[in-house]
Write a protein that binds this ligand. Structure first.
Ligand SMILES: CC(C)(COP(=O)(O)OP(=O)(O)OC[C@H]1O[C@@H](n2cnc3c(N)ncnc32)[C@H](O)[C@@H]1OP(=O)(O)O)[C@@H](O)C(=O)NCCC(=O)NCCS
Length: 156
């Protein structure tokens, strides 16, 4: 397994993984994941920008020449404190449980440490227990509770 920085040419594979992730997350919130083609295009554009940005890191995991997972993180500065945020993480279902997700998280945390981040953060659905376990194994702890109220399903 090879972990490397994502390139423009990986966008198709990344998009496929994003679609798989969306399907997976439907069981946690079917309204939130009613995504339009316009939204997908905005996401693709943001990822292309992230690939080139020095404050973002997009890594792909490659197995036998095929992209099987990816992670996207970025550094955010809030009142002079740097925070490393994990925006996306997905490993294709057939390749789960082989340590790929854990390796991607480790590499992202090293990127955040190199950039002097004081904390790393990830948002995950409370029902996504298997993923919470993966983050806990990497050292993350449940510290802040994010509360949400749905106001307008069409714009969610
Ligand atoms: C979260 C995710 C990226 C982890 O990737 P992964 O490569 O399976 O992670 P790892 O192999 O490092 O760890 C998986 C853990 O689940 C267990 N596991 C075993 N078989 C598994 C399987 N078929 N599927 C999932 N997990 C399995 C492993 O035992 C491992 O725990 P352990 O190290 O204590 O043994 C992956 O499960 C995923 O893509 N989930 C769906 C998308 C998602 O929720 N993304 C996060 C959004 S916040």
């Amino acid at each position: 397994m090879l972990i490397r920085k994502a390139k423009k040419e990986d966008m198709k594979s990344i998009h496929k993984l994003d679609r798989e992730s969306t399907e997976y997350h439907k069981k946690f919130d079917k309204d939130f994941y009613t995504i339009s083609e316009r939204w997908w295009n905005i996401k693709k554009y943001s990822q292309l920008k992230a690939i080139k940005s020095p404050t973002n890191l997009v890594l792909v995991a490659e197995l036998e020449g095929k992209v099987v997972g990816y992670i996207w993180g970025y550094v955010e500065t809030i009142m002079k404190n740097k925070m490393g945020k994990i925006q996306e993480l997905i490993v294709t279902s057939k390749q789960r449980g082989k340590g790929i997700g854990t390796e991607l998280i480790k590499d992202m945390l090293n990127f955040f440490k190199d950039r002097k981040c004081v904390i790393s953060e990830i948002e995950v659905f409370v029902e996504n227990l298997s993923t919470i376990q993966v983050y806990e194994k990497a050292g993350f702890r449940k510290r802040v509770c994010k509360m949400q109220l749905k106001l307008n399903k069409e714009n969610a």
